[in-house]
Design a protein around this ligand. Structure first.
Ligand code: E4P
Length: 219
């Protein structure tokens, strides 16, 4: 399993690198738009701020050719690390097919339909990315989508992995894995929240108090 950060912020990337358990970063055009500078410039900065692991970059454009041009420029920055994230549309699938032929790593994103897993496998995508919370907000059942994707990819003995995204809570992260996602991506606050439990905090306080008391008694 890999735990990824879903953010285009340099501060988030640096903080995630310090956590130790974060294995990569996903971005999207909306997250990039919150930052200053062109998306490719920000991608380059993110590659430095988070020095190891995959970094997903999502081109924008109406045609496969526009997406391919942007993807090539992104991949050229770090061919082994950049994963081209493309929405599950026919035009983007054309782009993904061409990019795969060039050896680029690709991911199929904004996935809601189980049938899209067939296409991700066929094109040879590293990841298929269902949007769990967005699906839940539309009463589609994000976890039901993951169930179906997992069943299809298992039936195909596929190398494509499910990267659960649009995760807004620890519970959604845990449920995604329990329903068959291989990997997860979430904002920094959700990732740091994975360690949070009030009883853990009270146990730590209790141990610290006991250690301090023992130390005081030994002096
Ligand atoms: C995933 O890669 C996307 O960036 C992201 O999770 C989209 O969902 P959200 O906008 O609901 O967070």
């Amino acid at each position: 399993m890999a735990i990824l950060l879903d953010s285009a912020s340099l501060a988030d990337a640096a903080a995630a690198a310090e956590l130790g358990f974060v294995g990569g970063i996903t971005t999207n055009p909306a997250l990039m738009a919150r930052e200053t500078g062109a998306p490719l410039t920000q991608l380059e900065r993110l590659l430095t701020a988070f020095p190891a692991g995959p970094l997903c970059f999502q081109p924008v454009g109406d045609t496969a050719s526009e997406m391919i041009d942007q993807a090539r420029a992104a991949v050229a920055l770090a061919p082994q690390r950049v994963v081209v994230k493309l929405p599950a549309t026919l035009e983007a699938l054309r782009a993904a097919t061409a990019l795969r032929a060039e050896g680029c790593h690709c991911a199929l994103t904004a996935v809601y339909a189980p049938a899209q897993a067939l296409l991700a496998d066929e094109v040879g995508c590293k990841w298929i990315i269902p949007y769990v919370d967005r699906a839940a907000r539309q009463s589609l059942g994000g976890l039901v989508v993951i169930d179906a994707l997992a069943a299809i990819l298992t039936a195909l003995d596929s190398d494509t992995r499910i990267l659960a995204a649009s995760l807004k809570s620890s519970q959604q992260v845990v449920d995604s894995i329990l329903h068959g996602a291989h990997d997860v991506t979430a904002p920094l606050d959700v990732l740091t929240g994975l360690a949070a439990h009030p009883l853990t905090e009270s146990a730590v306080a209790e141990f610290a108090a006991a250690a301090a008391k023992a130390q005081a008694g030994a002096q």
